[in-house]
Write a protein that binds this ligand. Structure first.
Ligand code: ATP
Length: 325
């Protein structure tokens, strides 16, 4: 006898451009494989409270190009507790949901791993975070869009910095990872790039900036990752203010603008591939895994491996940035 199986899906943690495209791919692939899809609103919060709706292929029309997430996202303290996860498991069992697809970042996957372990539920992760900090995928959904948003802002800041021979410290997001800073720094031609992955020597920063501003007489733009151990652009500016008072040093913290906007083509394609791969992973019998893309091919990685260790940046790129400045 033919049995219709049910998949649950939610978006969790920080939103990232392309989450909608991933949801669309999950729903449409599921439908083509005869799964029913139940989507929870507000991430784990909606899973605990049973706030859901059934989604069919036409419910996800016209969302591939939209930023944010139509399901809404949330941070949920209750899900960090065993009681909270037990409530979530009850909702899943009551609705006959055998597998849960989590579109989110490392925190969401940690929560999902515990839910799976404690209640024997199939959990499949789709990496969606602008931070790009998950092991098991070369890129995460939303990273490319955030990168292009930050680069666009840096280009504009460069124009005004150049007009006045100013020194700009531009802070970009990424939590404790420097991927956005490294790539936007190179793409925006930054004079210096400060990352959490490499030790920042403030004296060396002073010397380098002196060379560029005094000797080469040109504007300077420093990209600072929010997780850099100097404490970010504002704190760094306090350390440098006295040395560079004549250059009208300016601090620009790009902030949440990096999370928003329509996903780039690259993110839409990535999200479509991963959304579809997540459903395929369920039908192939995978259990606690994340679907990712490595060297342009789908790769399945055990969920617990994706957040256990730090994803490495490419230090060759940092050397390249130094050479080209
Ligand atoms: P991003 O990296 O884009 O912010 P994220 O998924 O890492 O996304 P978090 O806020 O870290 O975002 O986590 C999202 C939710 O996952 C939390 O609000 C919480 O409900 C759950 N979660 C995070 N860490 C754990 C944990 N160690 N145990 C149980 N649940 C967790």
């Amino acid at each position: 006898m033919f049995t219709l199986k049910t998949i649950g899906v939610l978006t969790s943690g920080g939103d990232s451009p392309g989450m909608n495209a991933a949801l669309r791919a999950v729903v449409r692939t599921a439908s083509s494989e005869n799964y029913e899809v139940i989507a929870f609103r507000h991430g784990f919060k909606g899973l605990i409270s049973g706030d859901f709706k059934r989604l069919g292929p036409t419910d996800v029309s016209n969302i591939i190009q939209r930023g944010g997430t139509m399901l809404k996202s949330a941070r949920c303290e209750e899900f960090r507790t065993e009681e909270g996860r037990a409530k979530a498991a009850d909702v899943l069992k009551k609705e006959g949901i055998e597998a849960l697809v989590i579109i989110g970042g490392d925190g969401s996957f940690q929560g999902g791993t515990l839910l799976a372990r404690e209640h024997n539920i199939i959990v499949i992760g789709i990496p969606a975070t602008i931070d790009n900090d998950l092991v098991g995928s070369d890129e995460t959904i939303g990273y490319d869009t955030a990168l292009n948003t930050a680069m666009d802002a840096i280009d504009k800041i460069r124009d005004t910095a150049d007009a006045h021979d100013r020194l700009f410290l531009v802070e970009v997001m990424g939590r404790d990872a420097g991927f956005i800073a490294l790539d936007t720094g190179i793409a925006g031609g930054a004079e210096l790039i400060l990352l959490p992955e490499s030790l920042t020597d403030v004296n060396e920063v002073r010397t380098n900036l002196n060379g560029i501003l005094h000797e080469q007489r040109r504007s300077s733009l420093v990209v600072v990752a929010e997780g850099d151990e100097t404490g970010g652009a504002l704190k760094l500016s306090e350390k440098l203010r006295d040395d560079f008072s004549k250059y009208e040093m300016r601090v620009c913290i790009l902030g949440h603008v990096q999370r928003g906007g329509a996903p780039t083509a690259r993110d839409r394609v990535l999200a479509s591939r991963l959304g579809s791969a997540a459903v395929k992973a369920i039908s192939e019998g995978h259990t606690q895994v994340m679907v990712g893309i490595v060297n342009n091919a789908i790769k399945i990685t055990p969920l617990k491996m994706t957040f256990g260790k730090k994803k490495e940046i490419n230090f060759e790129l940092l050397d390249l940035a130094k050479k080209l400045r």
